[in-house]
Design a protein around this ligand. Sequence first.
Ligand SMILES: [Zn+2]
Length: 256
Amino acid sequence: MICSCDSGAGQVECFHLEGSRHVVNRNFYEPAESGLTVQMEDRGKFLSQDEGLKQEIVRMTSLLYDRGLITAVGGNVSARNAGAKEFWITPSNLFKKDVTPGDLVKCDLQAKVVKGLMKPSIETPFHAAIFRRREDVNAVVHAHNPIATALGVAGVEIEPVTMEGALLLGEVPIVPFKNPGTSALAEAVAEHIVGHRALILKNHGVIGVGYELVEAMSAVEILEEAATIMYVSKIFGKTTTIPREEIEAIKKLYKI
Ligand SMILES: [Zn+2]
């Protein structure tokens, strides 16, 4: 198919998620034979959809580790081709910075392994539960955001302190504590994710979802940014929020 997005890639074949929006990748490489500089997007058309998706999962996982939002073995990332009944997920217990596309595991929507050699993340049940419940979601990021998680531990709700947070996240429910990897956690997550872009898991971490991986990662980052701003503002004793009418006005302006 021809990609018509405005990512700067031009009219090239979109390999990441056929039928969906283009995933922007700004890396470049130089083929030795031609000496020409070619965009990664062009290289991508030689990859299968699954290979492109797996590379994006690995890239996002590495970025999350660099940002301090996941730990050595804590946190997990999954994604599927738009609307697919199977998804790829990071493996359990591997150092997240070292995960390669070959380490990823493919699971069905009942969280059963269908492809791959490694053991899938123990949180595969809630990733599967989200994909079952939300047909519009093709990517799930589970991170261990320190500040957002701390606010959840304190029972402090995220407030509209940034316009990005107010527009893109809105309300962020705090999911009551359930043990990691359990069906009880998967059920609680599936119940709370309806109508939301992000969740805080009490005494555990956060979840961000999106139509594609960049959106899911963005949800997790915007959440941590808002949480950090709230935390620092509370040190100074005053947390000023954006007036509701201003948020409604900007939503109307941009048709959000
Ligand atoms: Zn976790």
